[in-house]
Design a protein around this ligand. Structure first.
Ligand SMILES: NC(=O)c1ccc[n+]([C@@H]2O[C@H](COP(=O)([O-])OP(=O)(O)OC[C@H]3O[C@@H](n4cnc5c(N)ncnc54)[C@H](OP(=O)(O)O)[C@@H]3O)[C@@H](O)[C@H]2O)c1
Length: 226
């Protein structure tokens, strides 16, 4: 298949491009910083673009978006602006299949595996403070995607952590009990959507059960880069 990966130079995006090439797909990796893009291989095209300006999707069979920005208290517009552009570009190019990454925190809920700390402290705190502008904009993105006439899937991971090993990740509609998702599993889940129609027109939560970090270790790394 011809796959366009948006956010290709991010933690999930790099893994997604690698997995897609290894599976024999042709991949267009879209990044604002092609000079720092580390993945190589036959079938790879690296394209420089800022998706708030231009979304090069012509000729694609599927668009997989892992676009993201770090948490900030300032307004976040990347998810909504890029999605509006992506939808318009896909319509113009006649591309129908779109898979976007959102977050389980767009719909805060009780996670059976989260315990008191996650459910009663971290989730309420993060969604009300440092993550608020991100999740507000992700909800706008989700609505734009759902209201589109495309063959869409919204993928909601939980807390991301780095791993290159794909595990038997778990999928559930809208919400999950799990609190972690590895970037390798998220990438594998996104890639699976390229050829599987099970989740078309639906929102799927993806979580990892094997090899997960502790909650505090993940928070330190994701929130403070340590
Ligand atoms: N961290 C968590 O615990 C967590 C939990 C749930 C969901 N998520 C979501 O999961 C997704 C993947 O996360 P991640 O940490 O793997 O991603 P990431 O490393 O933050 O990568 C996101 C990529 O988006 C690209 N990007 C941003 N603005 C762009 C623009 N205007 N034009 C083109 N590219 C742009 C950047 O690439 P360039 O350098 O090429 O610009 C960046 O590498 C994100 O949407 C994130 O919000 C994260």
């Amino acid at each position: 298949m011809r796959i366009v990966v948006l956010g290709a130079n991010g933690g999930t995006g790099r893994r997604l491009v690698r997995q897609a090439l290894d599976a024999g797909h042709d991949v267009r990796a879209v990044t604002r910083q092609p000079g720092s893009f580390p993945v190589r291989g036959p079938g790879l095209e690296v394209v420089a673009a800022d998706v708030t300006v231009d979304v090069p999707v012509g000729g694609a069979d599927v668009v997989l978006s892992t676009l993201g920005v770090p948490f900030t208290r300032r307004p976040v517009l990347l998810y909504s602006r890029s999605t509006a552009n992506v939808l318009a570009a896909m319509r113009r190019a006649g591309v129908r299949r779109l898979v976007v990454v959102s977050s389980s925190a767009t719909e805060p809920h009780h996670h059976a595996e989260g315990g008191f700390l996650l459910n009663r402290v971290i989730q309420p705190l993060v969604t009300a403070t440092i993550g608020k502008s991100t999740y507000d904009d992700m909800r706008v993105m989700e609505k734009l995607v759902r209201d589109s006439s495309l063959d869409w899937t919204i993928v909601r991971p939980s807390g991301l952590f780095d791993s290159d090993s794909v595990t038997p990740y778990r999928l559930s509609e809208n919400r999950s009990d799990g609190i972690f998702t590895s970037r390798a599993d998220l990438a594998a889940c996104l890639l699976a959507q390229a050829t599987d129609t099970t989740w078309v027109g639906r929102t799927v939560a993806v979580t990892t059960a094997q090899g997960t970090p502790t909650l505090l270790a993940m928070l330190r790394r994701e929130a403070f880069g340590k």
